[in-house]
Write a protein that binds this ligand. Structure first.
Ligand SMILES: [Zn+2]
Length: 553
């Protein structure tokens, strides 16, 4: 027995070694699966779905997908989950197919040349495992709500499930007559059927990312604000939330106005704000945002907005999801590594809304909180914002893409000034509206608007890790009347190139000096009449940093 035990120990150790070796190999070789556009792309989806009376399953669905061949193609590999397929066709002719491991492989009757368009038809039914959430609303009423980020829409719509594969979409949703249905785009018509159901047709004429494709079905209360808005604004909430809706969603009208003024006209046909099933606080589906069921739940501890009399957190999430309509939905990240172009922008633009409506102090508190969240995150995870390695896409919902991304924009604004910064943002938006963009597209747009070379800034802040930890030590020589400043950057990473304001106070007043670090140690001498009494780093708080000031002897 002992010998066997020893043998077991040895082989277990060996097994551990093998596992560790295997894990480190796969970690270093691990590549994130990105379903990029290669040989074909979808142009338009027509999705017909009939739900059962209790909204527990799709009894009948038919998706017609208009496809453009980009190269010679002989088969199309759609992402499609576990639902039962009843028939597949190409240009209305039945076609052989194979459906396994989340891929529906359709053999085309003949090879299609680049530039050819054709229509795939997939008939299917069943209860989706994910993506279309069939669960009761907070009042216990049957409901069906799409919740698809990052790549869960293929559990209920066959598609190319990557954010870059943007397409227009038409939904025909047949649901019980008691229910309201809302989806992306404009409501074209509602028909009452002989069976006592109704069929709702919505068309989204702008191409949208698959994760933003949504229908929401339920016994909603429907409200609209009385103030004029830049786009038709509709609130779909569970009946018990109805009394709180107008006040709870009040930030939406001024948010739409601010972003229309700051960025560009609102990109879609209408905006619905929905309360229903989502695993997020809010999900930015194009023109049909879903907020979590607890959005209006009273929270006596919450800090209350001066402007709206509701928790600041609610103002933040409403503004954040609305900002996504421009950034994320209309200008979509090309790859998952560019996610900060969606989340960092939504976080920063929600901050800009707070700055406008709650005041400078609230904005500074928001940015300070963002910095602290990022510093705490960085202690455990030191990856760049532009992260090509993380395999679990949900782990990209992190302080790099949100809080640090927002700070990158704030630093660019501080560095470039409002005029060049917002001109650059508008140019970037207009160039990539209804399309995709990557980090380099943003860099080029801001370089053009400012005339600055931003490569080093982007290298350090987006493609590199960390943040500056400044230590400013100063010494005063009364004999030579000179102040010597030594700015060190203590972070393990290379120097950050941000210019840094230094305020020097003496009995004669305060003067501001701009230090431009070129390496990890920057020395500057300043001649003054009086001895300094106080020295401050970055008083406008334009850099994401930790800083200490030391008075030398
Ligand atoms: Zn977001």
């Amino acid at each position: 027995m002992k010998a066997l035990h020893r043998l077991q120990t040895v082989s277990l150790r060996l097994l551990f070694l093998v596992i560790i070796l295997f894990c480190s190999l796969t970690a270093s070789l691990g590549i994130r699966r990105e379903r990029m556009i290669e040989t074909w792309r979808p142009l338009h989806y027509l999705v017909n779905i009939t739900l059962d009376d209790r909204l527990t399953e799709i009894v009948d669905a038919r998706a017609e997908i208009e496809v453009l061949a980009l190269k010679k193609v002989s088969h199309i590999d759609l992402d499609f989950g576990e639902l039962t397929i009843d028939a597949v066709g190409v240009n209305a002719n039945a076609t052989p197919f194979e459906h396994k491991s989340g891929i529906l492989d359709i053999r085309l009757p003949q090879q299609s040349e680049a530039g050819t368009r054709f229509t795939l038809t997939v008939a299917y039914h069943g209860k989706p495992k994910d993506g279309l959430i069939l669960t009761a609303d907070k009042d216990g009423k049957p409901a069906a709500v799409g919740d698809n980020w990052p790549d869960r829409v293929h559990h209920w719509i066959p598609c190319l499930d990557h954010p870059s594969a943007k397409a227009t979409i038409t939904f025909n949703i047949t649901a019980p007559a008691r229910d309201l249905v809302v989806a992306n785009g404009q409501l074209a018509h509602v028909e009452t059927n002989a069976s006592g159901t109704r069929t709702w047709t919505y068309t989204e004429g702008a191409p949208i990312p698959p994760y933003c494709m949504i229908v929401a079905v339920g016994e909603f209360a429907l409200n609209s604000p009385s103030q004029p808005s830049v786009t038709p604004l509709l609130y779909y909430v569970p009946q018990s939330d109805s009394p709180f809706t107008l006040k709870g969603f009040a930030p939406s009208v001024p948010t739409l106005q601010l972003f229309t003024n700051t960025i560009a006209p609102y990109p879609y046909e209408k905006l619905a704000l929905i309360i229903g099933a989502t695993r997020f606080g809010g999900m930015e589906n194009s023109s049909a945002i879903v907020f979590t069921s607890t959005l209006f739940k009273p929270n006596p501890k919450a800090k209350v907005s001066h402007a709206f009399g509701i928790p600041i957190g609610t103002v933040d999430v409403v503004a954040h999801e609305i900002a996504h309509q421009w950034f994320g939905d209309s200008v979509t990240e090309s790859t998952w590594a560019d996610l900060w172009l969606s989340e960092g922008f939504a976080t920063y633009f929600a901050g800009l809304f707070l700055q406008r409506h709650e005041g400078e102090e609230a904005f500074q508190a928001y940015m300070k909180q963002a910095a602290e969240t990022y510093f705490a995150y960085e202690k455990s995870t030191r990856t760049p914002i532009h992260d090509t390695d993380t395999e679990d896409l949900f782990k990209l919902l992190n302080a790099n893409n949100y809080q640090k991304g927002a700070w990158v924009l704030h630093m660019l604004r501080s560095q470039l000034g409002d005029d060049a910064f917002f001109r650059g943002i508008r140019a970037y938006y207009n160039e990539h509206r209804n399309a995709t963009a990557n980090t380099e597209d943003l860099r080029k747009a801001l370089e053009k608007s400012s005339g600055l070379d931003l490569r080093e800034f982007f290298d350090r802040w987006i493609y590199g890790t960390g943040h500056p930890r400044y230590e400013l030590s100063w010494t005063w020589s009364n004999r030579t009347k000179s102040l010597k400043l030594v700015l060190r950057q203590l972070q393990p990473e290379p120097a950050f190139p941000n210019s840094l304001s230094i305020d020097i106070s003496s009995s004669g007043g305060t003067q501001r000096l701009i230090l431009k670090p070129v390496s990890k140690e920057t020395v500057q001498e300043v001649h003054m009449n009086r001895a300094p009494t106080l020295i401050k780093i970055d008083p406008p708080n334009g850099v994401l940093k930790e800083a200490t000031v030391i008075k030398g002897s």
